[in-house]
Every structure is written in structure tokens, then in C-alpha cells.
Design a protein around this ligand. Sequence first.
Ligand code: HEM
Length: 419
Amino acid sequence: MPEYRTIDDIRLGDNEFWTRSIDDRHEAFAKLRNESKNGDGMCFHEEISVIEGGIRGPGFWSAVTYDDVRAINRNPQAFSSASGITLGEVPPESLEFFGSMIVLDDPRHAKMRLLVQKGFTPKTIASIEESVRARAKRLVADVREMGDCDFVEQLAAPLPLGVICDMLGVPPEDEQQIFDWTNIILGAGDPDFAMDLDALILGAAGMFDYAQALGQDRLDRPTDDIASILMHAEVDGERLTASEFGSFFILLAVAGNETTRNAISWGMHQLTAHPDQRRQLQENYAEMSLAAADEIVRWASPVIHMRRTANHDIEVGTTKISAGEKVVMWYWSGNRDEDWFPHGERFDINRPNTKDMEGYGAGGPHFCLGANLARREIQVMFDEIFTQIPRLEISGEPDRLVSGFINGIKRMPCTLDPG
Ligand code: HEM
């Protein structure tokens, strides 16, 4: 393994780094990009298990420029997903729960993805638009009655959670339980959720068992939801195993709610911080909402990184990577690369090339399956807020998730009438 190398003690593998301010984070990645572009290539970072009982891995290369992230993401022959997609090691006890298509390479990955792809095309998303809007309308109307409240709890979280639960076939009375399990799974390393391996496993096993019961029900009484589709599907002539179905369910439930929740929360945060842009957006919503939704995802980068493992020795830019070494693609950093996004640390809905951002991935085979859905959810939610509560503002600091994987906000107060 290479020697550990970083600059200014920027320890991306350590949870402490992710407790620092967003400005510190901007500055640290700008330094790493600078180093990388100056010919020194990628840094090799030390890995420190984020949870007690987790495994301390051998370290990882950090791809921090837009071009390096893209090169790795688009080269699945050289860079495999099969050994895990987060920078930390996957504990063997949890493989059954997290072994979904996101940690498979083609051709198996492509076959699994095909099973659900139809549910996420622009055409299908357009067909559920009405129900997404009705949901958002109701949530915002409830807040109008309620008054000042927590933005995440009342608005940002329930929309994507309700939509994905509906698609999966989870009844409304179980949504809160799915939400709690999701928080544990993606909150590993945050003191509010899971600080040790046992807590993580307990959360994942809870959702896995829930999925099995739902799947059994849909096997006997199929409907048109995704659980039914997966239970009756065949890949290479065989039904999915319990583990394949359960991990697929966990992937969709988790990916479908936490990421969009954080995009909506950071979006409201940034629109409050930039009243001129907010005014411009509110006055020209139809023309500007898609670009604004993409700028929110660029700036927030709700998924901060994904990891790959080199299948063979390969060079990326000036960095020599050996077979078996881990490479982390920092989407957060690619999205701030000044060669692509001048002053990338600034939120700016008028950027001419926001659509090129890497927030949903960088064009490889694992590109976000839910990108069309997420874009619509973000646009519909802000449309409803601006229509029903046009003066709603964030009124306090976000309580951020401690995580190098998800750029999350746990709680954040809002006021309906800032006076
Ligand atoms: C703003 C919201 C979202 C963001 C920022 C986001 C981001 C991402 C990223 C970065 C990836 C990995 C791409 C790669 O490695 O190449 C991904 C994959 C994925 N996302 Fe999303 N996502 C969002 C919303 C959603 C939603 C609503 C769903 C709905 C279920 C979803 C489902 C998935 C799935 C299933 C994958 C794995 C795809 C595969 O392995 O082929 N995502 N997402």
C-alpha cells in the first residue's frame, strides 16, 4: 500500500473532519484539488473506522477534480463497485443487507437495474406527478396551519419518504418506521443514530425483515408496486433470493428518501441565504426551477462520495493506482472544481452549466436511478412553498449530520413570517 499523504492534516477518513464547518470543508477540498492539479496527483488518505466495532481499512486514494471523478466513474472495467461503495470497509455481518445492485458490476448489475428502471423514466415520473404534487400541497398546507416549525421534519423529509414508500408498496402507517431505519443506516457515525456496529446491524436487519414480510405478501397477492415487480421478476431464469430482494428494497427505500430530503433542506437554506436569487426564482419559477434544482444538488452534493476498487494497475492523471486499491470519488469536490464551476463554493442558480454537475454521479453505469424523480420532487416542493407560504424562511442554523457520505441536515427551524 502507498504511504499516507495529505496536506495540512486534511484527514478525510476521520469523522472529526466532517464535524467542521462547511467553509472549512470548501477550503480543504480546494487545497486538495490544487495539489492534485499541480502535478502531485491524488492524496492517499488514512482510514479510521467511523463506528465502534467497524473495520479499519488500508486507506484510499482521493479523486477530487471533476475530471478524475468522471474518469473513474465512467471506467467500470477498471474500477469495480463489488467491494463496496463507501470509503469504509463493509463489515461481513452486514453484507446480506447491503449487497444490492449498487455493489454489483455489470452484467449482473445491469440486469438487476433493468427490473426497476421503467419505474423511474421521465414518462413514469410524469405519470405520478399529480400524486407527488397532491402530497406536497397537503404538507405545505399543514405547515401553514401549524406555524413556525422544523423544516426537515415537516417538509423536506415527508415528501420523498412518502413518495418512495408509495412506489415500493409500503403503507402510510409504516412510513415513520422506514424513516427511522433509514436514519440509522445512513447516520452511522452520528451520535444521534448509530455509533457502533451493533446499532447499524439492528437498523438494517429491521428493514430487511420488514421487506421479507412485505415481499411474501406481494408474492401471494401482487399489486403494481415495486415490491410485487421484484418478487415476481426473474434474472437469468431465476427469482431473486431473499437477500437480493431485501437488499434491493433497502437500497430503494434509503436512496429514495434521505438524499432528496437533504437537497430540499439545503435548497431552502441557500435560498434563504440568497434573497436576490430567491426573488428571481419565485418570479420566474417555470423557466428557472429545473436549473435551480440542479444547482441545489450541485452545491449541496447530498451524496458526498462513492468509492470504487481498482481491478488492475492503472493511471488516472499522474496518479498510479495498483490493483486492489480503493479510490474515493468526491462528488462534493468535483462539483466545486473551479475549472468547471467558477467560485464553486458559491450558490448561484444562474450558472450556465449546472446540468454538468456530478451530484447524481458522473455518467457511469450506476448513475442515479432516481434523478428524474428527485428533480421533480425538489421542483414541486419549492413550487408549493412559494405558492402557499411565499415568505417562509429558515430561521436558525442547520443541525448537520456527522457523515463523510451524506451531506445531511437533521433539524433546521423555519419561520412562516419573518416580519
Ligand atoms: C437529490 C437526490 C439524489 C441524489 C443527490 C442522488 C445521488 C446518487 C448518486 C451520487 C448515486 C451514485 C452514482 C454513481 O456512483 O455513479 C446514486 C445512485 C442511486 N440512486 Fe440516487 N440520488 C438522489 C435521489 C434518488 C432517488 C429519489 C432515488 C429513488 C429510489 C434514488 C435511487 C438511486 C439508486 C437505486 C442508485 C443506484 C443505481 C445503480 O447502482 O445502478 N436516488 N444516487
